[in-house]
Design a protein around this ligand. Structure first.
Ligand SMILES: *[C@@H]1O[C@H](CO)[C@@H](O)[C@H](O)[C@H]1NC(C)=O
Ligand SMILES: *[C@@H]1O[C@H](CO)[C@@H](O)[C@H](O)[C@H]1NC(C)=O
Ligand SMILES: *[C@@H]1O[C@H](CO)[C@@H](O)[C@H](O)[C@H]1NC(C)=O
Ligand SMILES: *[C@@H]1O[C@H](CO)[C@@H](O)[C@H](O)[C@H]1NC(C)=O
Length: 448
């Protein structure tokens, strides 16, 4: 009897392994790729409207549904767009649609984000300051996440101790995270958070070492370093710079402050920042075109996102394809990012090349993976591609490819280093064959 059961178990395991690898829907590189979806992007006009059906879940390991809000009267999570999120009253059921993606893409984890820029900071600050309210929120939040079948909660309070918050937020946010984790852990649910990347924010908002104990992943918002508010042009997401407003500094500062690399996720913007210059640039003059030219404090907008100073990559790439009034593209080697100029207009943004350099940096630092804000402004329609085939999500695909390439290069370098010392041994990988051997071993064992 025991033998038969073991044989059946073995066959099932082997079938499971075979079936599992055949059906695998996840990226093969083993790093996390966290895709934020700003679900209001469905309201953008024309080709800019992004519905859940437009997602390609093979490009993400985690999807973050953004945003839910805080109901400060009940200390609970509330939908900010019930018609879009819920099924009640003939709603479109976005929560359900998103979590149902796991049926076809079983590798996916789908979390709900609470917060975001428009939610402000003050209501969160007051809630976390009161232990009774905090405890009520924790219990309500877990209920909400479970009710709508999410895999976890993502905290996007922007930001503790800033924008109307209080200095005590730093400690109280840590307490909230600790209490949330204890409650979510019971149901094997994830707890993650999006962190501001500026040193001034990190210093006042986050007890990095403590938070890293309880958070599964920290999503570093490595963007918005510069924008029209500076009244001069600057890169949205510089990899390096002379000051501390850059991606490398933010990541290194987090590591130094006690964030373990395997919990740290580098954020990459799938959007750019726009600027309106006071004087048009003379592109025919011999002077080198460099960022830092004076601009007004209001940039221009794109046709889909329609927000001054901001442009999705899908809007940027369409602009740059404009042949009637052409843009001139530049590479800013100081920040490792591209920018484009036309008359009085400047766009600073990220493309395949700058993303490759950011991903490479993250892989060198052995970080957990890459996050994007947000997948809905990649060229998800493939409208900017020259060829028809496999032409959508160019930036998401660049991330996938950059991770693979960087890991490959790092591995080759390491094995090259090893080879210098001694000949390499063979790699032992658990696979179907070792499973078979193990099964035979089990069967022989049960005969004796
Ligand atoms: C804070 O909560 C109050 C009460 O619900 C609400 O009126 C206000 O809009 C909230 N603040 C923000 C910035 O959302
Ligand atoms: C731009 O620079 C070129 C070369 O220096 C000069 O000949 C031209 O007059 C300038 N144009 C304007 C509009 O200033
Ligand atoms: C090119 O840009 C100009 C100026 O913004 C605009 O009027 C025109 O419609 C654009 N052409 C295309 C094909 O997008
Ligand atoms: C990700 O990259 C790998 C290797 O470059 C490739 O085989 C795979 O098809 C890519 N995935 C997607 C969804 O593009």
């Amino acid at each position: 009897m025991v033998l038969q059961w073991k044989i059946i178990l073995c066959l099932c395991t082997m079938f499971g392994v075979k079936y599992g690898t055949m059906q695998s829907t996840e990226p093969k590189h083993g790093k996390v790729v966290v895709c934020y979806v700003g679900t209001w992007s469905v309201y953008r006009p024309g080709r800019g409207s992004f519905a859940i059906e437009n997602l390609d879940p093979t490009l993400c390991t985690h999807i973050i549904y953004s945003f839910a809000g805080l109901n400060p009267k009940e200390d609970s999570i509330k939908s900010l767009d019930p018609w879009q999120d819920l099924t009640e009253d003939y709603g479109k059921g976005g929560y359900q649609k998103m979590t149902n993606l796991r049926l076809r893409y079983p590798h996916l984890k789908v979390s709900l984000a609470i917060g975001g820029w428009n939610e402000g900071s003050a209501n969160y600050s007051k809630m976390v300051a009161d232990p009774a309210r905090r405890s009520k929120f924790v219990s309500n939040a877990v209920d909400f996440i479970r009710k709508y079948h999410f895999d976890g909660l993502d905290l996007d309070w922007e930001f503790p101790a800033k924008r109307g918050g209080a200095p005590e937020d730093k400690l109280n946010f840590l307490l909230l995270v600790k209490e949330l984790k204890a409650a979510l852990r019971k149901h094997k649910l994830l707890l993650t958070a999006a962190f501001g990347a500026g040193k001034d924010t990190i210093d006042v908002a986050y007890d990095v070492e403590g938070l890293a104990v309880y958070l599964d992943f920290i999503h570093m918002m490595c963007y918005d370093y510069h924008g029209a508010w500076d009244q001069k042009t600057g890169p949205n997401s510089p990899l390096k710079s002379a000051d501390n407003l850059n991606v490398e500094y933010s990541i290194n500062y987090m590591l130094k402050s006690g964030a373990p690399p395997n919990k740290l996720v580098i954020g990459v913007p799938l959007y750019g920042r726009t600027f309106e210059l006071s004087e048009p640039i003379n592109l025919t003059s011999k002077r080198k075109v460099k960022l830092g030219m004076p601009s007004t404090n209001v940039g221009f907008q794109g046709p889909f996102t329609r927000e001054n100073g901001f442009m999705g990559y899908n809007e940027i790439c369409l602009e740059l394809n404009n042949k009637t009034e052409p843009w001139k593209k530049f590479w800013d080697s100081e920040s490792s990012t591209p920018f484009a100029v036309r008359g009085k207009q400047v766009i600073t943004y990220d493309d395949e090349r700058s993303i490759f350099e950011k991903v490479r940096f993250a892989m060198e630092k052995n970080l957990a993976g890459v996050m994007v804000w947000s997948i809905d402004t990649d060229d998800f329609q493939g409208d900017c591609a020259d060829s028809e085939e496999d032409s959508n999500f160019p930036l998401m695909k660049a991330i996938n490819k950059s991770i693979e390439t960087s890991l490959e290069d790092i591995k080759n370098r390491i094995s090259h280093d090893k080879q210098d010392q001694k000949a390499e041994g063979s790699h032992i990988r658990p696979n179907v064959i070792t499973l078979v051997v193990f099964c035979v071993f089990l069967m022989l064992n049960s005969w004796s």
